[in-house]
Ligand binder design. Sequence first.
Ligand SMILES: *[C@@H]1O[C@H](CO)[C@@H](O)[C@H](O)[C@H]1NC(C)=O
Length: 323
Amino acid sequence: MASPGLQLLLLLMALPLMQPFSLPGLDTAEGKATIAGPVLSALERATFFLEERLPEINLDCAVGFQVLKVQLQSVQEKWARDPLLQLLSLRMGKLAEKLEVLLQRSIFYLKLSDPKYLREFQPTLLPGFWKLPRAWTRTNASLVYPTFEPQDFFSEETSDSCLAQLLGTGEDSSQPCGLSDFCRALMTKPGCSGYYLSHQLLFFLWARMMGCTKGLFSQSQHYINLFCANMMDLNRRAEAIEYAYPTRDIFMENIMFCGLSGFSDFYKLRWLEAILSWQKVREGCFGKPDVKDEELSKAIQYQQHFLRRVKRREKQFTGNENI
Ligand SMILES: *[C@@H]1O[C@H](CO)[C@@H](O)[C@H](O)[C@H]1NC(C)=O
């Protein structure tokens, strides 16, 4: 779940940064418009790319439509009253409406192509599931693990089954906030990195959004702090190796999930600029860069060591564009 596959819509993480809290210069309408213009253009082009391929998209992408819609609507409301931002606000409203249409159409296709997965994750497609942070904080570097553990036994299937249990849609659970001993161990295991780590965070983020507070979930905030501190550490490492290609997807996923968790330090202007530069000019998607560079492939090998990818449902579109 929510594993990669939707690199492009992960740009949606760029949006909360339009809210006046984290970056210098963003406290004025001019500053906001300067950043929001290019971000909106990128989102419009990316949305167009997906619209053209709707029958092929996966569920994570449909979830991306919903999350982006929620973010756009929130910013749109805040900006509607400012004369300098009204035009951008209108554009956001238009894009949000389009995303709602695309969401409904993609659900139609997913019913045909992946009904079981759709049923399990349906709650995350409903309005009101995704809640934006009400308060903002920053990651705490003292929570970073001394070392990362090897993580050979993690699979997206087991992680998905734990998420379904949490949602109350799994085969062995009909109540929301479900948690087996197996999932408790999997989702709290220390020392994880890559997609394992981002799924652990997603698990507790969803638990918080769903209002689960009993037992382990009374410590959700502790785990969210812990996981995002480590995701920040990994993102800094990704930056240090100049975002060598395979790390870009998890880099953006980390920003999306921890941004939604309320960590404003994931919204860095230089990270946003880097991400915008990855969008393919012609297609509008975020795919493999066309680079032949030995240095790059070395960096890739190094990074794969760190960030083992578990990408069962990654969606490859023709022409190697990997959204
Ligand atoms: C960071 O975490 C450590 C260890 O839990 C704690 O002692 C410290 O107060 C935290 N720092 C901040 C700024 O919250």
